[in-house]
Write a protein that binds this ligand. Structure first.
Ligand SMILES: [Zn+2]
Length: 273
């Protein structure tokens, strides 16, 4: 939940750009992989940045979000390039009464035909989280971080308990920033209803979820950069784990006692260790 003064549209576009650029820097967004969206419930004027108005049918009805605004990256756009010209890469959607359709605002400089094909997954998570927390802001990122995605191909990391006890042991920050751990869902066809459903369920309980053999989705109700941080914390943990596998598993990792001590000191409620 954000308190006024709310970020301006320009600030939000800039933050999406910076988050996208950083995701590319950490090898979480090759080519046109990855997508970003934010939902805000305060009034903004989209037409200064996005003067072209069309209609869009939403992937699912979201009646309670009538009047809410979404900023969504365009299909096929590169996250690293958003920062150069945000309006060429982002669309603005304002949800109509009834929640089945929206007004689609875009820039004459837009370089995409449609919003990201993963918008169905984004929208379902925004809807679930905003209703659950009665929030006025929510950010979602889909990215494809190299090490985390690689580990999701290794059978023993496909178990959520195993994944978390092995990844959350390398730095004190990891459990502090991801106290519910990292969610895991088996491979689901990109864009499918099965992925949408499994993703909503896992992100209801976790701040970041691994989509096996594909990538991750992360959320935040504070900022898009906070969501990007969560991708980075999870990916850094996976990088440590990968390093350890490569060095013959000589690293100790934080012990269960040490992690419990960290949680006590920093008042972190968790049930992984
Ligand atoms: Zn993807």
């Amino acid at each position: 939940m954000l308190q006024p003064p709310y970020p301006e549209l320009d600030d939000l576009l800039e933050m999406i750009g910076e988050a996208g650029y950083h995701l590319a820097e950490i090898e979480a967004s090759e080519g046109a992989a990855g997508n970003i969206s934010v939902c805000l419930r305060w009034q903004i004027e989209p037409r200064i940045h996005f003067p072209i108005k069309d209609k869009i049918t939403l992937p699912q009805p979201v009646p309670e979000l009538a009047g809410a605004t979404f900023l969504v990256t365009g299909s096929g756009r590169r996250l690293r390039e958003i920062v150069d010209e945000p309006t060429a890469n982002i669309a603005c959607i304002v949800v109509n009464e009834g929640g089945e359709t929206g007004k689609l605002y875009t820039s004459p400089r837009r370089r995409f035909e449609q919003v990201t094909s993963e918008f169905n997954s984004h929208l379902a998570v925004h809807y679930d989280q905003i209703l659950a927390k009665n929030s006025n802001f929510h950010a979602v990122i889909h990215a494809q971080p190299l090490h985390l995605t690689y580990l999701s191909h290794v059978p023993r990391y496909q178990d959520e308990k195993y994944l978390n006890t092995h990844l959350l042991r390398w730095q004190p920050e990891t459990i502090i920033n991801l106290p519910e751990g990292i969610g895991f869902i088996p491979f689901r066809m990109p864009g499918s209803d099965e992925l949408v459903r499994a993703n909503v369920e896992s992100l209801h309980a976790h701040r970041v979820v691994v989509w096996a053999k594909h990538g991750v989705m992360a959320r935040s109700d504070v900022s898009v950069k906070r969501a990007a941080d969560r991708v980075e914390y999870a990916e850094t943990a996976a990088k440590y784990e990968y390093l350890n596998l490569h060095s013959g598993e000589i690293g100790e990792g934080l012990s269960v006692e040490e992690i419990r001590g960290i949680c006590e000191t920093f008042n972190v409620k968790q049930n992984i260790f």
